[in-house]
Design a protein. Structure first.
Length: 274
C-alpha cells in the first residue's frame, strides 16, 4: 500500500510538472494527500507597512477585534487579508449594505483561506451570530512547503466558531445564505489553465447563477475581480444573465500593492430583473 501511494504521489507530481492538467487534477483529488497540521508562520511585522498603512492596520485590527492574527500570520498574508477587510468595509459603506443579526455566509473558491479570520471578524461585527462556509474544489494541491492547501486552510481557521472548509464543487452546495462572496472567480480560460484546473471545471456563467440563487431574499453577492478585462467580463456576465449591479467600483489601499487593480461588484438578490 505504501509503495502504491508513493508511486501515485510521484505520478501526480510528474503530471503537475509536465502540465498534464486533465490527469493532475483528478489524481490529487483521489489521493487527498495531507502532511499534517501546518504551523502558522508568525512572521515579524516590523517595517511591513508605510506610516499611513500602519495607521490603517492598527485601526482595522482594533475595530474588528482580530486578536492574535497580527502575530501568528505571515507578513504577506497579514497585509493582504487586511486589504480584503478594508475592501469589504468600503463596499458595505458605498452600497449601504446591512446584514441580519444571524448571518449565514458562503465564500466560494477560497484556496488556502488565508484571510478567513478578518473575514469572520467582519461578519461578526456588532455581535452578529455567524455561520461561515468556505468552498474549495482543489484542496489537495501540494504547496512549495509540501503541505497541502487544506493543511494551510485549517490552520488559518483555527478555532473560529461555526466555520467550515468544504472540499467540493460549489455547484453541489445548496444552502441558503445571507451573503455570498467570490474573490477572484475564474472567468478566462488561460487563467484557469495556468492554475491547473481542467477545462470542464470552467463555466463562469453557471457558477455565477448558482451562487446567486443561493441568496435569501435581499441577500448580498460580493465579487472581487482583478484588472479591467475581468471587471468588464464580469459585468457582461451579470448583465447577460439579468442580474442588476448595485455597485461596481475599484478599490485601492496602502495596505497592499497588487499588480492589477482590484474591482468589487455588489449584487442584491432583490435586484434581479428577469
Amino acid at each position: 500500500m505504501t509503495g502504491f501511494l508513493l508511486l501515485a504521489l510521484f505520478g501526480a507530481y510528474a503530471c503537475h510538472r509536465l502540465g498534464w492538467i486533465e490527469l493532475d487534477f483528478p489524481l490529487r483529488r483521489f489521493l487527498r494527500w495531507r502532511r499534517g497540521p501546518w504551523p502558522l508562520p508568525a512572521h515579524d511585522k516590523r517595517g511591513l507597512f508605510s506610516l499611513v498603512a500602519q495607521g490603517e492596520a492598527v485601526r482595522l485590527t482594533a475595530r474588528y477585534a482580530l486578536g492574535d492574527w497580527p502575530v501568528v500570520s505571515s507578513r504577506d498574508g497579514y497585509a493582504a487579508s487586511l486589504f480584503y477587510l478594508a475592501l469589504l468595509e468600503h463596499a458595505f459603506n458605498q452600497a449601504n449594505l446591512k446584514l441580519p443579526t444571524r448571518v449565514k455566509a458562503v465564500d466560494v473558491g477560497v484556496n488556502d483561506w488565508f484571510y478567513v479570520r478578518p473575514l469572520h471578524a467582519f461578519l461578526m461585527d456588532g455581535g452578529r451570530e455567524v455561520s461561515l462556509d468556505g468552498i474549495e474544489i482543489d484542496a489537495y494541491r501540494i504547496c512549495p512547503d509540501r503541505y497541502t492547501t487544506i493543511d494551510h486552510a485549517e490552520a488559518h481557521i483555527g478555532s473560529l466558531p461555526n466555520c467550515r472548509y468544504l472540499v467540493c464543487d460549489a455547484l453541489h452546495y445548496h444552502e441558503a445564505v445571507d451573503i455570498a462572496l467570490m474573490f477572484f472567480p475564474f472567468i478566462f480560460r488561460e487563467d484557469h489553465r495556468q492554475w491547473g484546473l481542467p477545462r470542464a471545471q470552467l463555466n463562469p456563467a453557471r457558477l455565477l447563477l448558482h451562487v446567486y440563487h443561493l441568496l435569501k431574499p435581499g441577500g448580498i453577492l460580493i465579487i472581487v475581480n482583478q484588472g479591467e478585462a475581468e471587471r468588464d467580463e464580469q459585468r457582461r456576465l451579470l448583465e447577460t444573465n439579468g442580474l442588476a449591479i448595485t455597485l461596481q467600483t475599484s478599490f485601492e489601499s496602502p495596505l497592499y500593492n497588487f499588480d492589477a487593480r482590484r474591482y468589487v461588484t455588489v449584487v442584491r438578490q432583490s435586484s434581479r430583473v428577469l
